[in-house]
Design a protein around this ligand. Structure first.
Ligand code: HEM
Length: 381
């Protein structure tokens, strides 16, 4: 735990990171909070940007959409259908672009949870535009800023007209068992529902796309690991995926602001040293470093070792799904859909990687973006 020259505290030990994420005297301060801060105060914030009792109540009410039983009974079929549809294109053409296949998969699965099921054609293109590889800074003081302002506003509208409005209209007529119906019952406006849908798109679609790519890349590049993955049952395969995610957290950095003095244990090198972060300070939680903390994840933390014994209370993917109040509700969904897709991809006879992905980075959240990985079927390319 240390305070950087920019005044922001940085936590890289596992126990300390988890303690910050579990602390109640903190609020969300990352993942695009600046966009939400500009909204009028009466506008209901998407779940990621809420805190305290209203956030807890929100999570309590939506928890039923994410239970393992629900995932198995409601979403597994969607995952299998979406995965098979993507793999059909590989079977037919002999090749496929993993970033496209995995994005379509992630969109269909998260859309089923949200209730975005009446979309006009082109949802993938609309979301690709909304989450471009490079972001400009919208503003009114330069041509570049104005261009981005117009572009971002038109992107909001496209998703609204193409996806959210048709879904909301259908559910105003007849409620279903999904998130949008729940938000309507809560009295949310269409704008608020749009905000929540785009939060889920970023949290559930963009992340899962990257994870499928990184996991496939590991498996294509490590023959022993791939043999083990192919031979394992579902829990065994998921343990492999969790270990990959520990080493390659899709979101590598979270941020909180303290609302009261926050006392944390020392950084382990000096066990007696406690640190107190004053109220009103920013704290960066470095998940990629915390996940390599040997005190929690055991010896040779940088090695991929599925099923490694972890210290009591630590989960197999480390802190890659976060912890505390904002812990990812979609973890079971993400792992299962990745496995449903990859186990089928790697069962295709003659499948191999023709081109590895290029790696881009998203600085603010220490994330990666893998594009250009091409898979081919031998004899068909
Ligand atoms: C491998 C894929 C995924 C990764 C790595 C991931 C990671 C995370 C992390 C680290 C957070 C915590 C953010 C914070 O504490 O500030 C989070 C929150 C969240 N995730 Fe995921 N996620 C994934 C997939 C999903 C899926 C599939 C869904 C839904 C279908 C989802 C929905 C959410 C939501 C709604 C939140 C906000 C929860 C809250 O603020 O209370 N995620 N995710």
């Amino acid at each position: 735990m240390r305070r950087g020259p920019d005044g922001i505290w940085q936590v890289s030990g596992y126990e300390e990171a988890r303690a910050v994420l579990r602390a109640t005297a903190t609020v969300q301060a990352g993942l695009g909070i600046e966009t939400v801060e500009k909204l009028p105060s009466r506008f209901r914030r998407p779940v990621l940007y809420r805190d305290g009792p209203e956030h807890r109540e929100d999570r309590r009410q939506t928890a039923r959409f994410f239970t393992p039983r629900r995932v198995d009974e409601h979403y597994r079929e969607v995952m299998v259908e979406a995965a098979e549809a993507q793999l059909d294109t590989v079977r037919e053409t002999g090749r496929g672009h993993l970033a496209c296949l995995s994005f379509q998969l992630a969109i269909e699965v998260a859309s089923a949870v949200i209730g975005l099921t009446e979309s006009r054609p082109g949802i993938r293109a609309r979301l690709e535009r909304f989450f471009p590889e490079k972001f400009g800074t919208p503003g009114l003081t330069s041509l570049h800023g104005i261009r981005w302002l117009v572009r971002q506003n038109s992107n909001w509208l496209r998703v609204y007209w193409g996806d959210v409005r048709p879904a909301v209209r259908a559910r105003r007529r007849r409620r279903r068992d999904d998130l949008i119906s729940h938000l309507l019952d809560e009295g949310c406006s269409s704008g608020e529902i749009l905000g929540e849908c785009l939060t889920f798109a970023a949290a559930g679609m963009v992340t899962t796309r990257e994870f499928v790519n990184v996991a496939a890349w590991h498996l294509f590049g490590d023959a022993t690991l791939l043999t083990r993955y192919r031979a394992a049952d579902e829990p065994g395969r998921i343990a492999i995926l969790q270990e990959i995610l520990r080493l390659e957290p899709v979101i590598g950095r979270l941020r909180r602001r303290t609302t009261a003095p926050l006392r944390l244990p020392g950084d382990g090198r000096d066990p007696g040293a406690e640190v107190t972060v004053p109220a009103g300070e920013l704290v960066d939680i470095l998940l990629h470093r915390a996940n390599l903390d040997a005190r929690t994840v055991g010896e040779r933390p940088e090695r991929l070792c599925p099923g490694r014994p972890m210290a009591t209370g630590a989960g197999a993917p480390g802190l890659s799904f976060g912890d505390g109040a904002h812990k990812c509700p979609g973890a079971t969904i993400a792992l299962l859909e990745t496995d449903v897709f990859l186990s089928r991809l790697f069962a295709l006879p003659g499948i191999h990687m023709a081109a590895p992905p290029g790696v881009g980075f998203k600085d603010g959240i220490d994330s990666y973006e893998l594009r250009g990985c091409t898979v081919v079927l031998t004899g068909r390319a």
